[in-house]
Design a protein around this ligand. Sequence first.
Ligand code: ATP
Ligand code: ZN
Ligand code: MG
Length: 320
Amino acid sequence: MTITDPTTTTTEGDSAAALAAARADLRGRLLADGVLIDLGSPGLYGRTGVFERVYAAVDAAAVRSQADLDAEVLRFPPVEPLAAFERTDYIASFPDLAASISGFTGDDRTHRALLAARERGERWETFLQPADLMLTPAVCHPVYGLVGDTVPEGGRTFDIVGDSFRREPSLDPMRLQAFHMHEFVHIGTPASAKTHRDGRIPGMRALLESFGLAIEVVPANDPFFGRVGQMLARNQVEQALKFEFVTPVYGPDHDATAISSANLHEDHFGTSFGLRTADGAVAHSACIAFGLERITIALFAAHGTDPDRWTSDVRAALAL
Ligand code: ATP
Ligand code: ZN
Ligand code: MG
C-alpha cells in the first residue's frame, strides 16, 4: 500500500525527510516503551495501561473544563446510518476519508467463490455488499438528526464522545485511522453558535497549556477534496470558520499538529437537517473538539513515556 501524507508534500525535500524521521522516532519510542502496540496497519494501534491512564485523565480534564456548559450527554456507536451520513454532505467534501461497512449477502455458491478466491490468495472482500452503514468520521454527526425541527430558545448543547474513523493511513503517530474526539456541540441562533465557538477558545487553550504543552490557536485550512474543495478551503480561511489548537510535537522546524479544534458550521447542518430556532430562522451550530489520542500522544512526546516522572504541575492539571 502507498501511504500518502499530505503534510509531507513540501518542496523542501530535506525538511520532509527530517519530519518523516522525527515521526518515525516518536512512533518507535511509543512502541518500544510499551505505550502503543503496532497492529500491522498504519495508523491503527492497540493501547496499553499507561496509554489508557493518560487518555482517561485527558478526557476527564476536558469534561471538567466544560462542566459549566451543563451539556446533555449523548453517546453513539462507531457507525452511523447511511441516510444520516448523506445529510451531512461529508462525501462531497472528504470522499477520500470516508469509509463504509460491507457485509456478505450471497448464497452458498457465492460463498464457495469467495473461499476459492481466498484460497488463491486473492482479495475476497469484493464478494461483500455495501451495507447502509458508514463509519462515523466526526462524532457530532448523529446529533443533528435527533433534535427535531425546532431548537428551543437558548439553543441546546451536547456532550458527545465516540469513535471516529478516517481513511488516512499514516506512519505519523499523531494521524490515526481510528481515534476518538470529545465534542461539545451547540445548536442555536447565529449569535449563540458563534458565542459557543469563540467563548470556549480561551479556556481550551488554558487547559491544554496547563498540560505543559506549547499551544497556538490558528485558523484551520482543511484539505477539502478536489477543485471545488479548494474553494471551500479558501472560504473556511476567509470566513475564519474554524480554529485549531496546534502544538509543535516535532519541534520548531516543522508544522505544529492540531490537537483540538473549534468550529463554526454556520447554517450548514441547520439547512441540511431542516433545523430552525424558535423565531423560525435556520439554526446555526458550532462544536469544539478535543482530539483525545492526539493530546495524549502530544503529552508523551513532550514529557516522556513515564507519567510518574512528569512535573507535579502537569500531573496536577491532569489529576494524575
Ligand atoms: P488535521 O488537519 O490534522 O487532519 P482535522 O482538521 O481533520 O485535523 P478535525 O476534523 O477538526 O481534525 O477533528 C477534531 C480533532 O480530532 C482534531 O483537532 C484532532 O485533534 C483530532 N483528529 C483529527 N484527525 C485525526 C487523526 N487522523 N488521528 C487522530 N486524531 C485526529
Ligand atoms: Zn462536530
Ligand atoms: Mg484531517
